[in-house]
Each structure stands twice: as structure tokens, then as C-alpha cells.
Ligand binder design. Sequence first.
Ligand SMILES: [Zn+2]
Length: 96
Amino acid sequence: MQNADQHGYDRTGTQREAELRARVRETNERSRKGRDGAGAGATTSHSPVGCAECTELEAARRSAAAGDDHAKAEDATIAVRSHFRNAHLLPKENPW
Ligand SMILES: [Zn+2]
């Protein structure tokens, strides 16, 4: 019975495909959630999500700003800005 065989094969293939897709979707969702979580933890309006350096510099700037050392806070702000400009703005703003 060729028809029956074919039908059985198709069903197995579709099932396996659906399973694979579900797993891929699950993995994607998990990595997206992880990225969102990191971004929400740093809560910066201008930091591109996924840039570890931005997150790190912004965290340093915040802790410096929370303290009394204004020079340190200023340095940290400059570090954030210069990294941001060099890493994220220059390629777009500079037509070369
Ligand atoms: Zn960055």
C-alpha cells in the first residue's frame, strides 16, 4: 500500500518539523528574554540593547554619579559618551 506508506511518512516528517520549530522558537524566546532582562537591568534609554560595554560604562557612570566624586562621575560620563559616539554613532553620522 503505497498511499498508506506515503501518508505515514508525511505525518512523521511534519511532526518532527513542528517539534523542531517549537524547539527553535523556545530557544529564540529564551535568548530574547535574556537580552531584554539585561537591558531592563541597566535601564538606559540610549544604550543599544546587547552592547555589553554600554551597559558596563553606564553602570559605572551611575555608581559614580551616586557618589560624591564629581570628577569621577564626569569621567564616567565622558567614557560613556565617547564609547557611544565611537562605537554606535560614528559609522552612521560619518559618511567617510
Ligand atoms: Zn556600546
